[in-house]
Design a protein around this ligand. Structure first.
Ligand SMILES: Cc1cc2nc3c(=O)[nH]c(=O)nc-3n(C[C@H](O)[C@H](O)[C@H](O)COP(=O)(O)O)c2cc1C
Length: 460
């Protein structure tokens, strides 16, 4: 299976990764370099490997999956057209992980290590602290033992042996915390950094509660993920990880966390008391590579992973025959454009509501439904449909009291801070309604148009 190191080699060979030998500061400089690199655009930016970081012996690789090409390469795909069918096929057969001993991630075992020993940047000017942004947080449901693995931002606290987590109530670890708190127990947690790219993708995907992302990563890679027992907590972690933090979340143990420059392009998830992960042990390879991701104004990695996995997961969680395609633009991942086949007896608005009710669709705030003749990836075509096929009083539905995304800065402040995260959502149905729709699309006479296109050289 493609591990982090082989993926780095592959990206470097393909010119998709650049080594930065210039010494850089953890505070702001790495963030600024990442920001400038990402401004080149989704197709031109490279992943960056910072080899010399002031005050750290450990190199840091960032933005590994911040371009569609690299995201697809992580799964051995070459075209985005393969993406949805690949996802549906692979995720239908999760592969259980394989338990191994003698794991590379435990070459070094340290009881007293601090988070200062590793390169964790201060990314944006007003971030509340240094943030882990690309680490997989692993925990288990205290009742069922089902595992969850997800990426949540983690702010290093002053003691350097603990970190605050932003995981709103709709997040699966929040359910684990609630259940362990009800039992008066601490929740064991492991944080794995430098896992395989397939696991990074699975961990960032909004699967329904109870799905084991490690088994899904095995399915995506076509080989089980090797896992190994932690040293101080009853959890297993990917054996090939670069670095693992072991610890727990204790009921009621909270400290101030935030703000943080989020994928929305705003400081979101403002400073508030949030659960604290306290470390019991750190294990790592003898020469670990740290992994980070610049989170901030799109285009960036988080938004791209978000967009692609949400598209595919909505199709998986909402298997209606009427849905032919979905596009989520990484620059505004709360908006989805959904193409619908009118030959199926489906009500378009009904499809919109079904999508919003899925685990993956919770993220979406605005859905634009288009007929199958409109390419949802083509903004010009979507704009054409919006302009000439809709009548707002009939075709726009506002659904109130839905759960949104906690870092959406448009949510009322009390909703964000209380964790209820309620917002309204909008479904715009641009599909042509028969029998009322009678307009005929104008085109030149067909035979003449075909002849002109065939003989185009004559005219050019
Ligand atoms: C780089 C990156 C950072 C992320 N940070 C957060 C975060 O701080 N909080 C959060 O709730 N989701 C965050 N996400 C999204 C979650 O990882 C993703 O939605 C995941 O499916 C949540 O898992 P869960 O549904 O098992 O809780 C991040 C994703 C990426 C790629």
């Amino acid at each position: 299976m493609a591990q982090l190191r082989s993926f780095i080699r592959k990206l470097e060979a393909e010119g998709e990764l650049r080594r930065i030998k210039q010494p850089v500061d953890l505070s702001y400089e790495i963030g600024a370099v990442c920001f400038s690199e990402l401004r080149k655009g989704a197709d031109k930016n490279q992943a960056l490997l910072f080899e010399r970081i002031n005050g750290s012996f450990t190199p840091l690789v960032v933005n590994l999956l911040a371009s569609p090409k690299r995201f697809l390469a992580a799964l051995n795909l070459t075209s985005v057209r393969q993406w949805h069918s690949f996802w549906l096929e692979k995720t239908s057969r999760p592969l259980n992980p394989l338990l191994v001993k003698n794991a590379p991630c435990q070459e070094v075992i340290r009881d007293r290590a601090t988070l200062e020993d590793f390169p964790i940047p201060l990314w944006n000017e007003k971030d509340g602290g240094h943030y882990l942004t690309m680490a997989c947080v692993i925990s288990k449901d205290p009742e069922t033992g089902r595992r969850n693995c997800a990426i949540y931002r983690m702010m290093v606290h002053e003691d350097r042996r603990s970190a605050g987590i932003l995981a709103p109530p709709y997040r699966h670890i929040a359910a684990h915390v609630a259940k362990s708190s009800a039992r008066g127990e601490a929740l064991p947690v492991a944080v794995a950094m430098g896992v395989s790219p397939a696991l990074m993708i699975a961990a960032a995907s909004d699967f329904p509660y109870g799905v084991d992302e490690i088994s899904m990563a095995g399915a995506l890679d076509g080989a089980p993920v090797e896992i190994t027992p932690c040293k101080t907590v009853p959890l297993e972690v990917p054996a090939e990880a670069e670095l693992v933090l072991e610890g727990s979340l204790t009921p009621g143990d909270q400290e101030e966390e935030g703000p943080f420059g989020e994928f929305t392009g705003y400081y979101s998830g403002e400073r508030a008391r949030r659960p604290v992960f306290r470390m019991t042990c750190v294990t790592h390879r003898s020469d670990p590579i740290a992994v980070g991701s610049y989170v901030g104004r799109p285009p960036q990695e988080n938004a791209l992973i978000n967009a692609l996995t949400t598209e595919a997961e909505i199709i998986r969680q909402c298997p209606l025959p009427g849905i032919t395609d979905i596009h989520i633009n990484p620059l505004g991942v709360l908006n989805a454009v959904v193409a619908i086949d009118r030959n199926h007896a489906v009500d378009a608005a009904q499809i919109g509501r079904r999508i919003l009710a899925t685990a993956a669709g919770r993220r979406i705030k605005n859905i634009t439904l288009v007929d199958e003749d409109i390419d949802p990836r083509d903004h010009d075509q979507v704009s054409w449909a919006l302009a000439y096929r809709t009548r707002p009083e009939r075709d726009v539905e506002i659904v109130k009291g839905m759960i949104g995304v906690t870092v959406d800065p448009s949510l009322p402040r009390e909703e964000r801070l209380s964790g209820t995260n309620r917002t309204s959502k909008m479904i715009i149905d641009t599909t042509r309604k028969s029998p009322e729709w009678t307009a005929e699309q104008c085109l030149p006479k067909r035979e003449v148009l075909e002849r002109v296109e065939r003989e185009w050289k004559k005219y050019s």
